[in-house]
Design a protein around this ligand. Structure first.
Ligand code: SAM
Length: 182
């Protein structure tokens, strides 16, 4: 996957407007803009292909993939968000014909065909927190063809040491409330 720009300028991004989804999920303009650019700028990877959106949430990445010409997108979402995804996707009838929302865990659901592409937003705090990466790998093993691609296909953790006296005292106080501090 080539690196994409994170700009939404001049592109027809499917909209979340009017769909009652929690603000914490939709206030992700930078992340969604980056994904949109990555999908649209790599349109050739999606055109005519079968895609699985792993942990589809609102379904916005499924819409991006369908807009990029995916033959079919399976939007797999374990939580009640699957219902919101259905509403959002139904609001885009042209794309909805090529998207199936499946409520369930990627570890459990069965799909009618293998996928050429997995797309997901599995990054937690410090990449691995929330353990969604593990589900992403399980989805790869269960659904992806041997020559398939993953968006994203790599994750990096960057660290930079710093000191902050007030933050240190705050955390030290919390730790001392739980453990005995000398
Ligand atoms: C970071 S959110 C994805 C957001 C989504 N890309 C969007 O734009 O709305 C991760 C989603 O994955 C779902 N999820 C987590 N583990 C899952 C699993 N094992 N199977 C299916 N969905 C899962 C969560 O319920 C959550 O909605």
């Amino acid at each position: 996957m080539e690196r994409g720009k994170s700009s939404l300028q001049g592109v027809g991004v499917p909209s979340l407007q009017g769909v009652g989804v929690p603000s914490g999920v939709v206030d992700q303009g930078v992340s969604q803009g980056t994904y949109y650019a990555a999908v649209i700028e790599n349109r050739a990877d999606f055109t005519g292909r079968v895609v699985v959106d792993v942990g589809a949430g609102s379904g916005i990445l499924s819409l991006f993939a369908a807009q990029a010409g995916a033959k079919h997108v399976y939007a797999v979402e374990a939580s009640e968000m699957a219902e919101y995804a259905r509403k959002l996707i139904a609001g885009n009838p042209t794309l909805a014909q090529r998207i199936t929302v499946i409520k369930g865990r990627v570890e459990d659901v069965e799909l009618p065909e293998k996928a050429d592409i997995l797309i997901s937003e599995p990054m937690g705090t410090l990449l691995v927190n929330e353990r969604m990466l593990e589900s992403y790998v399980i989805a790869r093993d269960r659904f992806l063809t041997p020559t398939g691609k993953m968006f994203p296909g790599v994750g990096r953790i960057h660290m930079a040491p710093f000191t902050d006296e007030y933050l240190f005292i705050e955390i030290a106080n919390k730790v001392c409330n739980v453990f005995v501090c000398i």
